[in-house]
Structure formats: structure tokens, C-alpha cells
Write a protein that binds this ligand. Structure first.
Ligand SMILES: NC(=O)c1ccc[n+]([C@@H]2O[C@H](COP(=O)([O-])OP(=O)(O)OC[C@H]3O[C@@H](n4cnc5c(N)ncnc54)[C@H](O)[C@@H]3O)[C@@H](O)[C@H]2O)c1
Length: 437
């Protein structure tokens, strides 16, 4: 296994700068390149800014050299690892890789930070040397805070390159490495965006049929199910409706033909109107929520009524005792309980059907959702909490196909996906395996 000491990061946007910062913190020599050297320099200086700076010690910035693609691309010849973090466009990424192929040294590793473009679409038709050295390293935003990095080999990637990356990411950068397969959106975004897109559809149904409010939806889809306090709409505001829209389009192109997620790739009609009018989230000063701060220090929070299309004062929902846990919500026949059951049963069954297609085991899936989306428990741990039999009964009652991992569990005569205090997990072969460190 080779050491990674010099890293070239292509792209000094949100992700590239974050990756450059964490590598510099770990003592690597970093080359940070972008279209325009001035933008790169500014991005480098910003690493020490803010309440939670990526780089705490100004002297660490000396580890980062900046440059432009036009003048300095040949410096990638010094790099052991070249990490591409430019715009999410397959043609632009391919062109960039083609340019650096003749410049990089033998044995160097190339990765893309794509959020979900299948790797094979990037390496198709490129020289064999490059196909052997390319992989996905998918960091999550903000890079210095989120533990997860998804590591995805291509069909021809050298095992040694993956081993080197896994060691570097896990040990030198102290990241949580999850092994994913080369499928659309990998693990975290495949499940996370399914959850968000599906929930927006189910939430609007519940708003129209049962008068649920956006604030109720967000309160229910946070602490009761162990998700971050942003809930659903607060999280979409943070991500941006433009990103949701583009992810939906990518899913539409790349999801397998019979994938259940296909029916939820488009935004709902009401949410599409927000997108069309540029009301995208925090980045545009408001999306589903709008926070206004006044000179006297006071602030107001408004919520956008997506059904009636108007702003009103936000009215946070206080959870009742029976709404405190996912299990009690599942057992309740209240509109709020039915909504949570709908969302969680759909999400958990979808996930249970994705293994082994997106991951060799359930552990990597659970880790991806905990480390990348801040879920307290991963989907399979949530199924254990709920009781797998409950989902199996629902699937049977609705005459649906049994999700693959639930079928594995049934065939093995088991009731849980983990045992021995989480130290063993049920494999796709129906037998028990030790959870790796
Ligand atoms: N922002 C996130 O939350 C996030 C999370 C994980 C992965 N990603 C992925 O990381 C990559 C970078 O995303 P980001 O959020 O840092 O984007 P960004 O918009 O902040 O930065 C994109 C960079 O690409 C450069 N760029 C634009 N057009 C280019 C071109 N034609 N040729 C070369 N460079 C060009 C820009 O100068 C900019 O520095 C994307 O593939 C994205 O999908 C983003």
C-alpha cells in the first residue's frame, strides 16, 4: 500500500475547499486548482473564517498551494491522489479527467467527488491506465464535520488503489469510510433523497387529507424517528430545491427501470411552483421557512403554506407523549401516526430491497445514513427497533413484493438484523457475521 502525501484538489468550491482543508490539517501537501486563481486564493483564506473554521491554525494554510487549470494543471504530476470536485456535470468531469491523464504520474490515484453520477459514465472509453486508477470518494458537506466518505471502485480499479484510499481516508483523515457500489447516488443519497422526495409527496397528501401542517411534519420527522431537528422541510431548505430538482432528474435517468423510487423523482406540483419562482431555500433568503432578523436583535420565523401559496407565522408543533417515539406513532391510528408509518414503512422497505444491489451488507448502509445524514440509527437498526415482523405484515397486507433483506431474514428464520448488542449482523447469506470495526 502506498502513502498519500501530496494531494491535488480540482475545484475550489464548497467541497473542493473543504477537502483541501482537511488534507492540509492532516499534514499533506495540497495543490488547490480552479478556473480562476483569485477564486482559489479567496477560498483558501476562507478556510480559517467562520464560527467553525475548517483550518484552525493559520500556519496550516502554508500546506496549500493554489493555481489555475489554465496555467498550473501540470502540477498534478506531483500528486499521489488527485481529487476532482468540480461542477456536477458528466461531460465536464470527463473532459477534466482526460486532460490530467497524460500529466499525472504512474501509480497516482484519481477520484471524483460526484454526488451520484455513476462512475462508469465518467470512465467509459478512457485509457486502461486511468480505469485502473479511478474511484469515487464521496465526501459529505461540510467536509470537516461530516464523518462519512463513500468509497466506490470502478469495474477495473486496482484493489491496491482502494486499499490505499481506505487507509488514507480512515486513518489520516479520520473519516468513516463506507464501501459502496457503483450505482446511482451510491448509498447515502440513494436512500436519503428517496426519503426526502417520497416524504414531500406523502406530506402533501397528509396536509390535504388530514390538515397536517409543515411544522407538524418537521416535528414528526425529527426526534421521534431519530433524524436531525431540521425534519423534512428544514432540511430541504438547507440543501436547496435546485439540488433536489437536479438529483430528481439524475434519478429519473439512472434509476433501474422497476425501481420504486421512480414514482417520486419529480417535485410535487406545489413544490415545483416554489422552484419555478426561485424560492429555493436558505440560499435565496427563504424556501419553506423564512427567518427575518431585525436591527433590535429580534427575529421572526415564517412558514410558506405550500397548498395555499402564502407566507404565515410559523407555529412549531409540540409533540404529545405518544408522538415521542417511532414505535408509538406506528401503533397509533391518529393522522400523525399514519403519516409517520407511511413515510417510515416506505423508506425502510425501499432500503431493505436495495441490499445487495448498492452495498454488500447492511452495516455499510446503516453507517452511511448515520454518518452522512445524521440519523441516530441506520435503516436496519430502525427495522429492529420497530420489529421486522411489522413491516413484513404490512408488505403482505398490501400484496407487495417482499424486500430482499426481509426475505433473507424470513428464510433464515430470524427476527432481527443485529444481535449480540449490535456486534453481529445478518448477512445476505442469512448467517451471522461480526460487525467490522
Ligand atoms: N455541495 C454539496 O453538498 C456536495 C456534497 C457532496 C458532493 N458534492 C459534489 O461535489 C462536486 C462539487 O460540488 P460543490 O458543491 O463544491 O460545487 P461548487 O459550485 O461550490 O463548486 C464547483 C466548482 O466547479 C468549478 N467549475 C464550474 N464549471 C467548471 C468547468 N466548466 N470546468 C472546470 N471547473 C468548473 C467552479 O469554479 C467551482 O469551483 C460536485 O460534483 C457535487 O455534486 C457536493
Amino acid at each position: 500500500m502506498k502513502d498519500i502525501k501530496t494531494v491535488a484538489v480540482l475545484g475550489s468550491g464548497t467541497m473542493g475547499t473543504g477537502i483541501a482543508g482537511v488534507c492540509a490539517n492532516a499534514g499533506c501537501n495540497v495543490l488547490l486548482l480552479d478556473m480562476d486563481q483569485a477564486a482559489c486564493d479567496k477560498a483558501k483564506q476562507n478556510l480559517t473564517a467562520g464560527r467553525s473554521p475548517v483550518v484552525k491554525d493559520e500556519s496550516i494554510l502554508e500546506n496549500i498551494k493554489t493555481g489555475s487549470f489554465e496555467n498550473d494543471l501540470s502540477t498534478v504530476s506531483e500528486a499521489d491522489w488527485i481529487c476532482e470536485a468540480i461542477i456536477e456535470n458528466v461531460d465536464i468531469k470527463r473532459t477534466m479527467f482526460e486532460k490530467i491523464e497524460s500529466l499525472r504520474k504512474d501509480g497516482s490515484i484519481l477520484t471524483t467527488n460526484t454526488s451520484g453520477i455513476p462512475l462508469r459514465d465518467i470512465y467509459q472509453g478512457v485509457p486502461e491506465r486511468m480505469q485502473q486508477d479511478i474511484a469515487v470518494t464521496h465526501f459529505f458537506n461540510p467536509v470537516h464535520i461530516m464523518k462519512l466518505v463513500e468509497l466506490v471502485p470502478g469495474e477495473h480499479t486496482r484493489p491496491e488503489a482502494i486499499e490505499t484510499l481506505a487507509h488514507f481516508l480512515g486513518t489520516t483523515l479520520s473519516k468513516g469510510v463506507v464501501n459502496a457500489k457503483d450505482t446511482v447516488n451510491f448509498i447515502g443519497n440513494r436512500i436519503g433523497y428517496f426519503w426526502m422526495l417520497t416524504s414531500m409527496h406523502l406530506a402533501e397528501k397528509a396536509m390535504m387529507e388530514d390538515n397536517l401542517t409543515m411544522e407538524t411534519v418537521d416535528a414528526l420527522l425529527s426526534s421521534p424517528v431519530g433524524f436531525p431537528s431540521t425534519g423534512l422541510y428544514g432540511l430541504v431548505d438547507l440543501i436547496g430545491l435546485d439540488v433536489m430538482y437536479n438529483v430528481g432528474k439524475n434519478l429519473d435517468i439512472n434509476l433501474p427501470e422497476n425501481d420504486y423510487g421512480r414514482r417520486f423523482t419529480a417535485l410535487t406540483e406545489n413544490v415545483q411552483k416554489l422552484y419555478d419562482q426561485g424560492q429555493l431555500g436558505r440560499k435565496t433568503g427563504g424556501g419553506f421557512y423564512k427567518l427575518t432578523r431585525y436591527d433590535d436583535g429580534s427575529k421572526t420565523m415564517e412558514a410558506f403554506d405550500i397548498v395555499n401559496h402564502q407566507w404565515r407565522n410559523a407555529q412549531p408543533h409540540t409533540l404529545t407523549d405518544s408522538e415521542q417515539s417511532m414505535v408509538s406513532l406506528f401503533n397509533s391510528d391518529s393522522p400523525n401516526g399514519r403519516f409517520v408509518s407511511d413515510v417510515m414503512a416506505t423508506t425502510l422497505c425501499y432500503t431493505a430491497d436495495l441490499v445487495p444491489d448498492i452495498s454488500n451488507d447492511i452495516v455499510n448502509v446503516d453507517r452511511a445514513m448515520k454518518w452522512g445524514f445524521g440519523w441516530k440509527k441506520g435503516p436496519f437498526e430502525l427495522i429492529d427497533e420497530l420489529g421486522a415482523q411489522k413491516l413484513i405484515d404490512l408488505v403482505n397486507a398490501n400484496n407487495m413484493g417482499m424486500p430482499k433483506m426481509l426475505q433473507v431474514l424470513l428464510d433464515a428464520g430470524e427476527t432481527n438484523f443485529y444481535r449480540n448488542e449490535g456486534q453481529e449482523y445478518l448477512g445476505t447469506d442469512g448467517s451471522w457475521h461480526t460487525v467490522p470495526a
